[in-house]
Design a protein around this ligand. Structure first.
Ligand code: FAD
Ligand code: SF4
Ligand code: SF4
Length: 469
């Protein structure tokens, strides 16, 4: 047995220096060595009641895999993680660990919690380095149940994987020209290298999963049409419809939704000279919002060459919802945080953005979300001279698909109504991920896809999946 490591601090994560990385798109956190991963794993106390496991939405046996990693048995560690997670290289990088598994870790009481995500990332990368590129499976069986998946984000991918591993012939229909959902069009390369996502998709294809791109459900094909061809359909279409504030000036040139900005940068490679979708290279940028999406947009703008990038957020640092590590990285790179500041107008000249006017705020009583409500300080304003404003105040599910699917019940805000197993109001139609919950996390979407796949298989075995909640 390895010796327990009682260091109150995590093994530091090697990273590109801030002054270097702020101008390139390469991955920021470089990952542990085998020795660092084992030393970090050895900080685990192997608690009998495993509080950390209750903090992981998919219930990974955390002390189990850490014990193996501490012994440098990384293959054994991977096997344990893979029982519950199909995307550990992704989740180890992007899970908000500080509000999930690591928040419950007892080592966090008198020091830093065990770096569960960091060890998970190492184990997943180690495994990928040992495994040859995915080999093609023998092919689909003629009589395999045929299943359709709409959307290729983490929900769709994990659903497709679970179905394929259980003998189904699965086809994924994706609206964009590249599969991966937010993992490719939203989260930038410097946080999640696209090669990792490609590897996951190649592994699915090797299992026999077909991926059809440029296929928009609700437009080029409909759910009733899919139901004629497939035994069941899973909808994992995400929540990609951006919200705006409804303030004057939002239609000026130089105002983007974070979704559009990030898609142009990440998917269309707008930062390259030879890109087919050139983007304005802004000098002074205001990003409105405080979530992961806002941090990504701000850090991308910086990497495109902006001289000054400000995150404009109406609450204080304490309420900022982005992952702590991203906020820290953004600060190190020189992003400015304009807190307790709320835009009231985008100022223009010749139809282009020239500034943003913000009201100064204070925190009042807690609102329904439990966070203190921001209230305007009468007559106190701030004007920032900017040539680009990126709106990152949230997204909701796109009504294109639901509007074209008679009988599919939705919430008022557009989310598809589904039970815990992912069953919707329509027989043989299941849903999960952001399309059901609204914008959430990769691990929750992945868990929902897997749960729905199990319900699809269960209903199929019962002889027809004739549910409808
Ligand atoms: P998505 O990933 O959105 O995938 C949906 C897919 O469906 C897309 O590919 C879309 O093109 C496709 N689609 C939509 N409509 C149709 C249609 N009609 N027909 C066919 N295809 C369709 N979460 C974290 O845990 N950690 C993070 O650090 C983090 N950072 C984020 C940063 C950004 C910029 C964004 C936008 C999100 C971030 N999230 C993060 C949230 C996380 O990425 C999402 O919760 C997760 O991707 C949801 O997965 P999903 O499969 O439900 O949807
Ligand atoms: Fe933690 Fe996410 Fe891994 Fe679960 S999947 S153990 S929440 S990093
Ligand atoms: Fe290990 Fe922390 Fe989980 Fe305890 S709570 S088993 S120390 S990871």
């Amino acid at each position: 047995m390895s010796k327990r490591n009682m260091d109150p601090k995590k093994q530091p994560m090697p990273a590109q220096p801030p002054e270097e990385r702020r101008r390139n798109f390469r991955e920021v956190a470089l990952g542990y060595s085998a020795g660092q991963a084992a030393a970090e794993a050895a900080r685990c106390l192997a608690c009998k009641n495993k509080p950390c496991v209750a903090g992981c939405p998919v219930g990974i046996d955390i002390p189990g895999f850490l014990a193996r990693a501490a012994e440098q048995d990384f293959a054994g560690a991977y096997e344990i993680i893979a029982r519950d997670s199909s995307l550990p290289a992704v989740c180890g990088r992007v899970c908000p660990q500080e509000t999930q598994c690591e928040q419950r870790c007892v080592r966090g009481i008198k020091g830093e919690p065990v770096g569960i995500g960091r060890v998970e990332r190492f184990v997943a990368d180690w495994q990928a380095a040992q495994t040859p590129a995915a080999q093609d499976a023998p092919g689909r069986k003629e009589d395999a149940p045929r299943m359709a998946v709409v959307g290729s984000g983490p929900a769709g991918l994990s659903c497709a994987g679970e179905l394929a591993r259980n003998g189904c012939a699965v086809t994924i229909y994706e609206a964009l020209h590249t599969p991966g959902g937010v993992l490719v069009y939203g989260i930038p390369e410097f946080r999640l290298p696209k090669a990792i996502v490609r590897r996951e998709i190649d592994a699915l294809k090797a299992l026999g999963v077909e991926v059809v791109t440029n296929a928009v459900a609700g437009r080029s094909l409909t759910i009733p049409e899919l139901l004629e061809e497939y035994q069941a359909v899973f909808i994992g279409s995400g929540a990609g419809l951006p919200r705006f504030m409804g303030i004057p000036g939002e239609n000026l040139n130089g105002v983007y939704s974070a979704n559009e900005f990030l898609t142009r940068v990440n998917l269309m490679k707008a930062y390259r000279e030879d890109s087919a979708t050139p983007i304005q290279r802004p000098k002074r940028v205001a990003v409105v919002g405080g979530g992961n999406v806002a941090m990504d947009a701000a850090r991308c703008a910086l990497r495109l060459g902006a001289e000054e990038v400000s995150v404009v957020y109406r609450r204080s640092m304490e309420e900022l919802p982005a992952r702590a590590e991203e906020v820290e990285h953004a600060r190190e790179e020189g992003i400015r945080f304009r807190l307790l500041t709320n835009p009231v107008e985008i100022l223009g000249e010749d139809n282009w953005v020239r500034g943003i006017r913000c009201a100064k705020m204070a925190l009042g009583e807690p609102d329904a979300s439990g966070r203190r409500r921001p209230v305007e300080l009468p007559g106190e304003f701030l004007e920032l001279p900017v040539d680009c404003v990126i709106m990152s105040i949230g997204t909701s599910p796109n009504p294109l698909l639901t509007g074209a699917t008679p009988g599919l019940s939705t919430q008022k805000w557009g989310g598809i109504i589904a039970d815990e197993a992912g069953r919707t109001s329509l027989p043989r139609v299941y849903a999960g991920g952001d399309a059901v919950t609204g914008a959430a996390t990769v691990i929750l979407a992945m868990g929902a896809g897997k749960t729905a796949a199990r319900a699809m298989l269960e209903d199929l075995e019962k002889g027809g999946a004739d549910h409808g909640i």
